[in-house]
Design a binder for this molecule. Structure first.
Ligand code: SME
Length: 146
């Protein structure tokens, strides 16, 4: 994990908050990272993702059915999604016309999917293994105090 992510995970762990408050704190920490232009959480309720804590521009996509867009695909496949250029996707829900790259990491506890961390960047190909590792570690902390 990169030093920047180690620091963020440490700060989130050290924060005694739980639930929404901890998730919002975590998204605020992610917002410090270069190229993290929209950072948010979706909670999974039944077969719908519901927008939860986020930092960034308002989005109309506050409810996303499983299977739709990058977010819904992550749940449907059970896998992290890393998109270098969202303009190449057919199944994409645009939050901002400036978005180029996106990463979605699932939040799981005891095999159950609780939700996900979704980050958008204006920078093409912004997300790689460091982001996946860092966001996965963060997801574990959030899952413990969901
Ligand atoms: N782009 C996502 C929708 C959520 S916004 O990025 C905030 C998708 O295709 O599922």
């Amino acid at each position: 994990m990169s030093p920047e992510f180690e620091q963020i995970v440490r700060e989130v762990r050290a924060n005694p908050a739980t639930g929404y408050d901890l998730r919002l704190f975590a998204m605020r920490q992610l917002d410090r990272l270069d190229g993290y232009d929209w950072s948010g959480i979706y909670r999974l309720e039944g077969d719908t993702l519901i927008l939860d804590a986020y930092v960034g521009a308002h989005t109309d996509h506050d409810r996303i059915p499983v299977g739709r867009g990058v977010c819904g695909t992550a749940v449907a496949t059970g896998q992290t999604q890393v998109v270098e250029d969202v303009r190449t996707l057919d199944n994409y829900l645009a939050c901002s016309l400036e978005t180029r790259a996106e990463i979605v990491v699932l939040v799981r506890r005891d095999g159950e999917t609780l939700g996900q961390i979704d980050v958008d960047s204006h920078q093409l190909g912004r997300f790689g293994p460091d982001d996946e590792a860092g966001l996965s570690a963060l997801a574990e902390v959030l899952a413990e105090r969901w």
